[in-house]
Ligand binder design. Sequence first.
Ligand code: PLP
Length: 455
Amino acid sequence: MNRIKSVAKEKTSLNNYEVDNIYQSWCHQPPQSPARVVSAKGVRFTTEDGRERLDFSSCFVSHNIGHQDQRVVDAICKQANKLTSFAPSFSTEPRAILGKMLEDITPGNLGTSFISLGGTEANEAAIKIAQQYTGKRKIVGRYRSYHGGTGASMSVSLGDPRSWAVVTGTTDVVAVPQPYCYRCPFGHKYPACNMQCIKYTEEVIKLEGGDEAIAGMICEPVTGANGIIVPPPEYFPMLRDICDKYGIMLIADEVMTGFGRTGKWFALDHWDVVPDILSLAKGLTSGYFPLGATVTTKEVGKYFMDNMFSHGATYAGHALGCATAAEVIKIYESDNLIENSATLGKYLLEKALELKEKHPIIGDVRGLGLFVGLELVKNQKTMEPLIPIDAKIRKGLNPKLELGKRLGELGMMAMAANPSNVIAMAPPLIATKADIDEGVSIMDEALEVLRKYTE
Ligand SMILES: Cc1ncc(COP(=O)(O)O)c(C=O)c1O
């Protein structure tokens, strides 16, 4: 029988275990261990070498309320001492409470939730619910999207190089473009475009069988990893109308944009649009516990009283996770974090626009709330992307990772490892004006490392 061999805790051994025993996400496996984080507090984290850095990415846009909030740690310990988890065929107090809280904070008639363990699971459930509820199979997705790393979520992550290696065939997917005005796929300029992207989407829907074939359309209301793409205000209301016209369920993937990131509880609230299904994770627990939620309308919920809900998981509605989420949601409210995101987000956007004046490598600046992106180009006039859009994810540093590395040296983490040419700034929603000034000033200095690429 195998037994645990001696496991050492000193630095060299831990480094070796990381390299020999652990897969790192979405990269060629590196020969060295990544930096080891030993603690984090508020908007900062500390690595093993004792160096403190500013977290200007909220750990991939998840730790919205900041690190190590004692109220959440206490809530987790309290629940852990009572009941960590139980079989999902039983109710637990935290699960029931979270279900009700999600009904209260989500718009319209949303309010029946399936609670899972993360963003990709939330989207898997969303896609299955749309297919079961409508009895149709096709899902419309948009290029430049990321919806998660598992089968169906990856199939709808269209145009994200992370999906190129995966041919799952699990979902019938139809692709349409995004309202990416900086590089309009139709060569138009907003608003003279008359929303050609929406017209084209409707044409594709008709060609693909419309109300007979299409179950759902999945969108990130503000596209995250693929470029902080903020739609024009008419886009989602128009899309909502098209979905209604063809009996298509609008699935809003608010895994990144939910819970105040864009300055409202949910990004679609900016345009008063209510989806049929809302996918949540990340800010739901602010990273204190892995949790996802797929929130449907109550009407859809009722449908599954007479029809089998064909989805589930051992850890569905995990008690510790639900207790964590309930505490985190209270904190968004009690600490006015959503308002802070709206106010400081405007300030961050202004500061980012100033960076564009100084750095020819920045072609465009976009953002909503504390979710601001700088799109990197070789030349502001020709708009040539810094990294070609069809570039494979190659081994070694690309210019954007070079920027990420420089930021690290200067004392900050931003979202540099995503697939697009956009570097995203998304500090925790507890950030202060001074934190924003510090982050922007580090970004200012770090961007110098890219000057050699400008033409
Ligand atoms: C919009 C969006 N959806 C889904 C996911 C997947 O979430 P998870 O990594 O929790 O599976 C992500 C992750 O970054 C995301 O940004």
